[in-house]
Write a protein of this length. Structure first.
Length: 245
């Protein structure tokens, strides 16, 4: 089970203290199959990397440029830079970036460079509320997967995070039946069209320590991408505990 903390544009050096509790917790559950990954903003990657060095908790970034090494791209960070700073994962295609104009084509280029840089990719997909209402969810998910993963070979290095856009930061989660169907649909696209043997699909969108008990009844879910509720150690630990018990 994957538990990914997406801190978005939150956190400063003081927030590092909240890691102590999570590190202690992770030692307690060493034998269970839990993978905790923290994705803080770029400014904290170095401090997190040092702090997490001798722990089982891994580090990820929230985005990167598609240029693999370096170049004249003011304000951008390359996958190689992320790898060098100790990041093993990167989130790509988050709806907040898609909304700001990121295209499937750009996402595809970013995924390619990230994999070449030996990063694992947390690839976000999901439909908007209008698309859901128009019953376009399957079509959109299919399109995002096929375009985002076009001509990518190491698909075992990719975790899909299914995040319905209307569920992010709203406190609203999908109906369990619908979510089950959508996760299964995503896994089938990956198996049938892209020949992925054992696809991993996470859910993200308003996950908290209360609703996770319900969400975890869906057998096909391989973990959670948690935004707001990951910023406080207690909330994040509660989510992990309630899932694994
Ligand atoms: P949320 O964010 O848990 O705050 O809804 C999830 C995400 O955007 O990854």
């Amino acid at each position: 089970m994957y538990f990914i903390a997406n801190w978005k544009m939150y956190g400063d050096l003081k927030s590092l203290n909240s890691l102590n509790r999570v590190i202690k917790f992770s030692k307690k559950y060493k034998k269970k199959k839990i993978k905790i990954i923290y994705c803080p903003p770029y400014t904290l990657l170095d401090s997190f990397s040092k702090k997490l060095k001798k722990t089982k908790i891994e580090l990820g970034a929230q985005n990167c440029h598609y240029e693999i090494l370096n170049g004249p791209f003011t304000g951008s960070i390359s996958p190689t830079m992320l790898k060098k700073i100790g990041s093993n994962y990167v989130i790509i295609g988050h709806s907040e970036n898609r909304l700001a104009g990121e295209t499937n084509d750009e996402i595809n280029k970013k995924i390619k460079s990230s994999i070449k840089s030996n990063l694992k990719v947390i690839f976000c997909i999901g439909e908007t509320l209008i698309q859901k209402k128009r019953k376009l969810t399957n079509k959109i998910l299919h399109q995002q997967i096929i375009k985002g993963l076009f001509k990518i070979k190491n698909l075992n290095k990719i975790l899909i995070a299914y995040e319905p856009v209307w569920s992010i930061g709203t406190g609203v989660i999908p109906k369990i039946d619908d979510l089950d169907k959508n996760i299964t649909f995503i896994k089938n696209v990956l198996k049938k069209h892209l020949k992925v043997k054992n696809p991993k699909v996470l859910y993200g969108g308003s996950v908290n320590s209360k609703n996770v008990e319900n969400l975890v009844t869906i057998k096909a879910i391989d973990g959670f991408l948690v935004g707001g509720a990951s910023q406080k150690a207690k909330n994040f630990i509660d989510i992990v505990e309630k899932t694994i018990i």
